[in-house]
Design a protein around this ligand. Structure first.
Ligand SMILES: O=S(=O)(c1ccc(O)cc1O)N1Cc2ccccc2C1
Length: 382
């Protein structure tokens, strides 16, 4: 599906029956695809208790939906279907933490080789993207036809047909600033600019940049980025009396892309560390046993950046980080400017994906950084 179809009032969103017919087939397909992929995981991970729990949750949800496979469509069926979707959504609400716990269990009882780490990275990107897509379809149906309200009359389910990017930027900033003020007793200011591309000269006052998008997805991404930037700035300028450099956000619209660039002067990180920021294995640090006054509120399980990138990629956008070590970091969120290009990006379970789990990594044919002995860099050979 794409944002254009999902947000069109005349499409699926206008007819509960059509949506039911589509979902009772599509949801089992998406659940089954990822269950097949779970069974391709390295045995060490597959045997972890938490991974077993996740697998059973998916199997239960698959069974729940399959009960509607051949039933006649009636008011009662449609009501029961909505209730089942809500039950499934609640059943899966802690799946990310459960999977992260499975990775932790693996790290605690096995050495993890490069191939296993690559397989986990590949799997979690696909597993979590699949989960985003399933929750999107469930939310659309329950918001449009269930007893839930989305609180915004002109929204189509979770989609805002005219999402004002800058208002989401300001909302995410204020929420992150609250956490920052609580912990650091201060926070960086926000500078926001917008550039409407060639349209600028046609409008006296630069009109807001608006797109068809899911505000909660954009909020999730920007909230994560603001937390990172605020933590970086406050820790880089940790002497309490200095005024902190503002976080600058530029929103621009081009022919194809809407860009939201967030720039901080938090000291940045070395290029060698940059890749780790999106790695699930690297970010799975034991969660503090208890959240207390000394727990940094801006740090989570560490899946914040990889999951935010999945949200950006879900409708064919992206999230890219560029850091200048010693100075600061730019985070750029790319969104599709045209809703007919904002189609779901979904993992496909096929020979290619199965082969990925079986293909051994091989030595690279480039010199390594240390410049001697066995090359430490590994590339996956087809
Ligand atoms: O790696 S970063 O450059 C960085 C990463 C992502 C981002 O969105 C913003 C950032 O600024 N940065 C995160 C962080 C946290 C504590 C102390 C120092 C730093 C430096």
């Amino acid at each position: 599906m794409g944002l254009k179809e999902l947000s069109r009032v005349s499409g699926l969103s206008a007819c509960e029956r059509k949506s039911f017919i589509f979902l009772r087939k599509e949801l089992p397909v998406r659940l089954a695809n990822i269950m097949k992929e779970i069974h391709l995981l390295p045995d060490n991970l597959l045997k972890m208790p938490s991974v077993g729990i996740v697998n059973n949750l998916y199997a239960a949800s698959f069974e729940d939906i399959m009960q509607f496979e051949k039933v006649e469509v009636s008011e009662t069926t449609l009501d029961k279907f909505c209730q089942t979707l809500v039950k499934i959504r609640n059943r899966h609400k802690d799946i990310v933490q459960t999977m992260a716990h499975g990775v932790l269990e693996l790290k605690e009882c096995h050495d993890v080789d490069v191939q296993t780490e690559n397989n986990i990275q590949y799997f979690l990107d696909r597993f979590l993207m699949s989960r985003i897509s399933i929750r999107m379809l469930i939310n659309q149906h329950t918001l449009l036809f269930g007893s839930e309200l989305n609180g915004h009359s002109r929204h189509v389910g979770s989609i805002d047909p005219s999402c004002d990017i800058i208002s989401v930027v300001k909302d995410a900033y204020e929420k992150a600033r609250l956490l920052c003020d609580q912990y650091y007793l201060a926070s960086p200011e926000l500078l926001v600019e917008q550039h409407n591309g060639k349209f600028e000269k046609y409008f006296e006052r630069c009109s807001e940049i608006r797109i068809v998008y899911v505000p909660s997805h954009l909020f999730h991404i920007l909230f994560e980025l603001f937390k990172n930037s605020m933590r970086a700035v406050m820790e880089h300028y940790n002497n309490s009396d200095s005024d902190y450099p503002s976080i600058a956000v530029i929103v621009s619209r081009g022919k194809e892309d809407i860009c939201v660039k967030m720039s901080d002067r938090g000291g940045g990180i070395p290029r060698s560390q940059m890749d780790h920021l999106f790695k699930y294995m690297y970010s799975t640090a034991p969660r503090p046993t208890q959240i207390d006054a000394h727990t940094v509120p801006l740090a989570g399980y560490g899946y914040g950046l990889p999951v935010s990138r999945l949200y950006a990629r879900y409708f064919h956008g992206d999230l890219v980080l560029q850091s200048c070590d010693g100075y600061g970091t730019d985070a750029i969120v790319y969104l599709k400017a045209l809703s007919n290009e904002a189609n779901e990006l979904l993992p496909i379970f096929n020979k290619t994906s199965s082969k990925f789990y079986r293909t051994a990594v091989s030595n690279t044919d480039w010199s390594s950084q240390c410049g001697s002995g066995m090359n430490t860099r590994q590339l996956r050979m087809s």
